[in-house]
Design a protein around this ligand. Structure first.
Ligand code: EPU
Length: 440
């Protein structure tokens, strides 16, 4: 017998009532932790990471590092210690790497430190094509050799990588981070142009600089790195920054379903594009230095909020990772809006399920939808295609009339820590259940 379990969430809809109330703490950022763990390969000593979110993608990255013989020790619930021991395997295990896009981040520090790495084409959420040409072109410019056969890439740089002047034809977050890390150990100077400016990149660069790296311009479109030497942490701790996407998702969820909500331990500065739009729409948001509050929101009906159009963009523009939750918001407010997804070509497909729940959404092309609101949503059985759409389904299910079942909880667990438990603490009726899928 195979004892596999399929987990799902049962969500009781609030039928448009705003009864949730309480405080939710923001977790450490998935997309910062997933880069900080591989960054430990740039160090000659051990690195302690704190505020690490306990989510599936982090577990996969830890599994991948351990499979390469990197020592990763759990210190407590939110802290891990990472150390590169005497030997290290540079073969990224196919079964792990194929499940997660960010496995490709490991190639930068690994190739730079050990002179070789082999990997399959990385997998991840089904939101678009997600090629790795920018990484490969960058490594070639830095002197690496690449062989590809049967979907396996073998990269080598026997004498080490050397600095290069690299222009990204497309702005890419993880290509920027991966090549920035590779450049820390490359000989000479690397310049990355048209680089991504996400706050997680600056956060990583600041830590690496504190430990001996020379990275200038992180957080702007041109990053200059002088490389060559392994870094030393000497007891410094990398505290993972708050997850701006999680905080933003809770803000949207709260705007539609909460009477009063406080989101603590977040950085409102990183969420200005969302906060600005929601304020304009009429959502009563108060911003603290490290917190966001919805007060008196219960007295504002969702159909009193005004529609707005949004186009996803690299930071500081509107984050593609908040596009699905904000689309649910727009189905509940008054007016017509357009959502333009400029980064991933498959990231609006989930809207078909919202239409099935009663939303009035028309897809013009794979990058654009038009929404007319407000519409009543009915509970449904849903299968989340990726983690952000999965969260959007939870918001839609909470807003809807009647119960919903959300399958593929694994996707939600990839990026949100104990979501069901945290929603219950706000008064939501969300239960995790499982059924056995075992067959004789
Ligand atoms: N692209 C290429 N070639 C490449 C790399 C990227 O053409 O070699 C294209 C992609 O196809 C896409 C665009 O460049 O059209 C931007 O993709 P990017 O590389 O920036 O995305 P990513 O780095 O793979 C990260 C986050 C995503 C987030 C995007 C955009 C991580 C681990 N992932 O992905 O997060 O949506 O940046 O901000 O940091 C999520 O958390 O749900 C998630 C998908």
């Amino acid at each position: 017998m195979n004892g596999a379990q399929r987990e799902f969430l049962k969500v009781a809809g609030l039928a448009g009532k705003k009864t949730l109330r309480g405080t939710v703490r923001t977790s450490g950022a998935k997309n910062a932790a997933l880069k900080a763990l591989p960054a430990a390969l740039l160090f000659s000593d051990e690195v302690l990471l704190t505020n690490v979110p306990r989510i599936e993608d982090v577990s996969r990255m830890v599994e991948l590092l351990r499979s390469c013989l990197v020592e990763v020790e759990d210190v407590d619930e939110a802290s891990v210690r990472v150390k590169v021991g005497g030997s290290c395997s540079t073969v990224l295990r196919r079964d792990i790497a194929e499940r997660m896009r960010s496995s490709v981040v490991l190639t930068g520090p690994m190739l730079a430190r050990f002179g070789s790495v082999s990997l399959p084409h990385p997998g991840g959420c089904v939101i678009g094509e997600r090629p790795i040409d920018l990484f490969l072109e960058g490594f070639l410019a830095m002197g690496a050799h690449i062989n590809e056969s049967d979907g396996l890439y073998e990269l080598s740089a026997k004498g080490g990588l050397r600095g290069a002047d690299i222009f990204f034809p497309i702005v890419s977050v993880i290509a920027t981070e991966t090549l920035m890390m590779a450049a820390v150990l490359a000989k000479g100077t690397t310049v990355l142009r048209n680089a991504a400016m996400e706050p997680e990149i600056l956060h990583l660069a600041n830590f690496l600089n504190a430990c001996g790296a020379s990275i200038r311009g992180a957080g702007t479109t041109t990053i200059t790195i002088k490389g060559g030497e392994l870094l030393t942490a000497r007891g410094r701790t990398y505290r993972v920054m708050p997850d701006r996407i999680e905080a933003g998702s809770f803000l949207i969820l709260g705007a539609l379903t909460a009477d009063e909500l406080s989101i603590t331990d977040c950085e409102p500065e990183h969420l200005q594009s969302l906060v600005h739009l929601l304020l304009r729409s009429g959502v009563p948001i108060e911003q603290g230095q490290h917190s966001l509050h919805l007060r008196g929101n219960g007295a504002r009906r969702n159909d009193s909020f005004k529609a707005f159009s949004v186009r996803t963009h690299e930071y500081p523009g509107f984050a593609t990772d908040l596009q699905a939750p904000v689309t649910v918001f727009l189905t509940q407010v008054t007016g017509e809006s357009k959502v333009f997804e400029s980064i991933f070509e498959g990231r609006l497909n989930y809207t078909a399920d919202l239409v099935g729940m009663g939303a009035d959404i028309t897809m013009g092309n794979p990058h654009q939808v038009r929404i007319k609101g407000p519409t009543r949503l009915r509970g449904a059985e849903l299968h989340g295609p990726d983690l952000r759409a999965g969260l959007a389904y939870v918001i839609a299910a909470l807003v809807a009339e009647g119960p919903s079942i959300i399958n593929n909880v694994y996707y939600i667990d990839r990026g949100y820590e104990r979501l069901d438990e945290r929603l219950r603490s706000l008064g939501a009726d969300v239960v995790r259940e499982s059924v056995s899928t075992s067959r004789p």
